[in-house]
Design a protein around this ligand. Structure first.
Ligand code: PMP
Length: 398
């Protein structure tokens, strides 16, 4: 990090706790070459405060599915800006965007727009509790910073009593799910799960068992598609796995980076909104809706996911080749939209050491690496090949 960037970071820390709004964007001491600030971005590339260029595989933690400053999306936003950002009543783009999303995710019957992933998950929970008249929740994965979920975080500022209502289980833990249903089945309003945790195991039996147990107990199955939606497939994890939830939360890739999320699902459950209130001033903010509509249309008109899968496979195959060639103790793993290098020294602490050394080299070489290497529609073959060349060099150096 240059002196200039370091000073900027110190000034930001003085004014802004963490120097960022997002936990995952805080600096990690073990990755000293990770740039704390990105000044601008275009396509699949980003530039830091010192004008250093990186090929980006973080995709802003998930939202960027088409590419940064994607022309069709930004043009749609500019056109909407000429009409106004938000109005005193609903705007027609709300229905147009709802229809565009549902065209990509056809199991959805009704949808409401929100702003963050946490909003959308919380709205699903509120609907499920209201619909069933029950309080308990089975939860798996991460669902945002809101009270109902953050019950086990340290110093969370959440009433301890809420802990009793949330029963957490690890991804794929069928026995854990069965135990929670056996103990609390008739009190469970919902099972909210990340349908995929982006590891090597795709837990179909787990999702099937969740669906069965929810049906048997009158519990709503909620898919948190905040990260899987529009990335794992056009229709998200529901399409990828062929298992349909009752409600789902979407965010991240829904609007290629504009701040929009949604909760959606079967009409029977969404209709609970006729008897309860979930409301927000900026839910109908039109610039993000215009971005969402354009993003959905891109996915309908162009082979976005075919391309993402092909580039992801190219990257993962390249990882495998380099690992073989250089003898780095690792395996190439992950699904095509998010491959990753699974370090396998046989010792977890050692894995972390190898990973930290390698990632530091990646940042120094202009590769913005990620735990899961997210692919977007702007990654071309040449970007993947340039990345692989640099990874090969880094592996040889360590
Ligand atoms: N659910 C999942 C699966 C997520 O990955 C995230 C964000 N990392 C959230 C919910 C929360 O979304 P947000 O940060 O937009 O509130």
């Amino acid at each position: 990090m240059t002196n200039r960037t370091q000073k900027y970071h110190e000034a930001a820390l003085h004014r802004i706790p963490w120097a960022t709004q997002t936990n995952a964007k805080r600096l990690k001491p073990e990755w000293p070459d990770m740039p704390p600030f990105i000044k601008h971005a275009k396509g699949c590339r980003i530039w830091d405060l010192d004008n250093r260029e990186y090929i980006d595989y973080r995709c802003a933690l998930g939202p960027i599915i088409l590419g940064y400053q994607y022309k069709q999306v930004d043009d749609a936003v500019r056109a909407q800006m000429n009409k106004g950002v938000i109005f005193s009543m609903a705007s027609p783009i709300e229905l147009e965007t709802a229809d565009a999303v549902i065209k990509n995710v056809p199991w959805i019957e009704q949808i409401r727009f929100m702003k963050t992933g946490a909003d959308a998950c919380t709205a699903c929970i509120r609907l499920a509790r209201s619909y069933t008249g029950r309080d308990h929740i089975l939860s798996s994965g991460y669902h945002g910073f809101h009270d109902w979920f953050a019950v086990n975080w340290s110093n969370a500022g959440v009433p301890a009593a809420l802990k009793d209502y949330v029963h957490e289980v690890a991804y794929g833990d069928i026995a854990g799910v069965e135990r929670i249903f056996a103990e609390h089945g008739n009190q469970l309003a919902a099972a909210i799960v990340e349908p995929y945790d982006w590891n090597e195991v795709v837990a179909m039996d787990y999702l099937r068992r969740l669906r069965e147990l929810c049906d048997a107990h009158g519990t709503l199955l909620i898919f948190d598609e905040v990260l899987t939606g529009f990335r794992l497939a056009r229709g998200g994890a529901q399409e990828y796995f062929g298992i349909t939830p009752d409600l789902a939360a979407f965010a991240k890739a829904i609007a290629n980076g504009y701040p929009l999320s949604a909760f959606a699902g079967k009409r029977e459950y969404m209709q609970t909104l006729e008897k309860m209130i979930i409301t927000l001033t900026h839910g109908g903010e039109t610039l993000s809706l215009a971005a969402c509509k354009a993003t959905m249309e891109m996915m309908q008109n162009e082979p976005v996911h075919e391309h993402v899968f092909a580039m992801g496979k190219r990257l993962r195959d390249g990882f495998a080749e380099i690992i073989k060639e250089t003898g780095i103790p690792a395996q190439a793993s992950g699904v095509e939209p998010a491959p990753f290098i699974k370090f396998a020294t046989g010792d977890e602490a050692n894995d972390k050491k190898v990973k930290d050394r390698l990632f530091t080299r990646f940042f120094a070489k202009g590769i913005f690496a990620n735990d899961r290497w997210f692919i977007n529609y702007s990654h071309r073959e040449s970007d993947i090949d340039e990345t692989l060349d640099k990874i090969r060099e880094a592996c040889k150096e360590i």
